[in-house]
Design a protein around this ligand. Structure first.
Ligand code: SF4
Length: 480
């Protein structure tokens, strides 16, 4: 992976070119996604009525987001009644500062962390490491990425792009272990390191899959049991959660847990589904002494205020839209340069990090609609990509584009001139070789991978006229 320096758009183009030409990497991703698709098709078929389940999920998220203020308060009231603490962070800095201050006040030395994309979003690990805290990622895929010094490749499968031999090499280099091609042995190596990290940690950090308003609890789903240990063993726990993860009622999880598992990994249910409602209560033997929930806004309320695109906040981060996206399959996760990759990342990143800097992501789509079709909560993803494109153009038209459209309108309003122009269209093919010899080809990005379309020698209008004339003369001949 290259570093993301300079303009995000330029870096994106450069990385996309590199990855699209990296055959072995694309093959590894293709294989991983092929396995996912087989499992998902099998599990999806066990839903009696997936379409109705999807509509129900969309309705519940619609309700949760439309009354988010009320549900968040309900959660806070119930969670704090059991001794939990809630902090409202408007942006990344506030969230980071709160966690750093807490770690300092409590004399924390080492931290264990389970998977939390919100942590990636606010660059939490970097901030903690900078202040001298040891942080260990406890999810196996995240741990591998941390050892490699790379962000997750996919927000559900963080190291899906790596082959077993590459992971073995990494462990050999970083941990001094013997080379092995056995998945079990590789897992046991990580397990030995991670078990020690849980015991030594003073603070655990997690995210959450759902916030449940009526019980004042958070729900975490996982397959490795690492989140349970991350929450249960250290004496302080911090859950860093985006405010959109809300569901109103505990009963809603009866729909969302199997749905997330099916769409996310092709399982009926993930291995472990846990609910946490605050610190250890009197008489309980497990759990942290302090439990903090940090609610992260970070531009989510700005998106919530947009009636056209607010349903993008319904996302349950299952990753299914990435898995079916032809662009993701070809350019991979790192190319996006964002916390949230793939189609949904391309929709929300411009809202979170600035439309003009990140509008290119909305252009990186074939608009095939596979993302929308697969989304378990029915987000109209590919139309949101179009909305972003429209909004970006309205905010700041692309240089030169306005001129082109003006020329087009001028021509279309003058039929005689248009007809004359079409006579010269077949000469357009000559432009390609000409441009290739121009030192500063203005259409370089386009012509590098494409050829000018060959205009037909006779326009549609000419062909139609000829066709009509032939028909008329045939009719006259028949009448004679
Ligand atoms: S947009 Fe839909 S398909 Fe994509 S990650 Fe979110 S919930 Fe899953």
């Amino acid at each position: 992976m290259t570093t993301h320096a300079g303009l995000p758009r330029h870096q994106f183009q450069q990385d996309a070119n590199l990855t699209a030409n990296d055959g072995p990497r694309r093959e590894a991703v293709r294989k991983a996604l092929g396995n996912y698709q087989t499992a998902r098709n099998r599990t999806g078929a066990t839903f009696t009525d997936w379409k109705s389940a999807r509509n129900a999920a969309a309705t519940i998220k619609h309700e949760a987001l439309n009354h988010l203020d009320r549900y968040l308060e309900e959660f806070e009231q119930k969670f704090t009644a059991r001794g939990g603490k809630v902090f409202w962070a408007s942006d990344s800095k506030q969230a980071r500062d709160y966690i750093l201050k807490l770690a300092k006040e409590k004399g924390v030395r080492s931290i264990v962390k389970s998977k939390a994309m919100t942590g990636e979003e606010i660059h939490l690990n970097e901030a903690l490491l900078e202040e001298g805290y040891g942080v260990v990622e406890s999810d196996l895929g995240e741990y591998i990425q941390q050892l490699k010094g790379e962000p997750p490749y996919h927000f559900v499968f963080p190291c899906m792009h790596l082959r077993r031999d590459e992971i073995s090499d990494l462990f050999h280099r970083e941990l001094g272990t013997a080379q092995t091609n056995s998945p079990e042995e590789l897992t046991m190596i990580a397990r030995r390191v991670l078990r020690r990290a849980y015991v030594e940690a003073d603070m655990g950090i997690s995210g959450a899959n759902f916030i449940v308003a009526d019980t004042g609890m958070i729900s975490i789903t996982e397959n490795e049991g690492n989140a349970r240990l991350t929450v249960g063993l250290p004496k302080i726990h911090v859950a860093l959660i985006g405010i959109e993860k809300m569901v109103p009622r505990l009963g809603d999880l009866a729909l969302f847990l199997p749905m997330l598992a099916t769409a996310g990994t092709g399982q009926h249910l993930t291995g472990y589904n846990s609910m946490y409602g605050g610190p250890r209560q009197p008489g309980e033997t497990d759990g942290p002494e302090e439990f903090h929930v940090v609610f992260l806004d970070n531009h989510r309320t700005r998106l919530l205020a947009d009636p056209e695109q607010r349903d993008a906040l319904h996302c349950i981060r299952c990753g299914a839209c990435l898995n079916v996206c032809p662009i993701f399959k070809n350019i991979g996760g790192h190319t996006y340069g964002t916390t949230y990759q793939g189609p949904i990342g391309s929709v929300i990143t411009p809202h979170f990090r600035g439309l003009q800097d990140w509008k290119h992501l909305s252009g990186a789509s074939s608009l095939c609609g596979a993302c929308t079709e697969t989304c378990p909560v029915g987000i109209d993803i590919h139309h949101h990509l179009l909305h972003n494109r429209r909004n970006a153009a309205a905010q700041k038209p692309a240089s030169g584009e306005g001129l082109l459209w003006k020329a087009f309108v001028f021509l279309m309003k003058r039929p005689a001139l248009y007809r004359l122009a079409t006579k010269f269209a077949p000469l357009g093919g000559l432009l390609q070789p000409l441009l290739e010899h121009v030192p500063f080809n203005p259409l370089h990005n386009w012509t590098e991978t494409r050829e000018f379309p060959q205009a037909p020698l006779r326009s549609f209008r000419d062909q139609f006229r000829a066709h009509q004339a032939a028909k008329t003369s045939q009719a006259k001949g028949g009448a004679r």
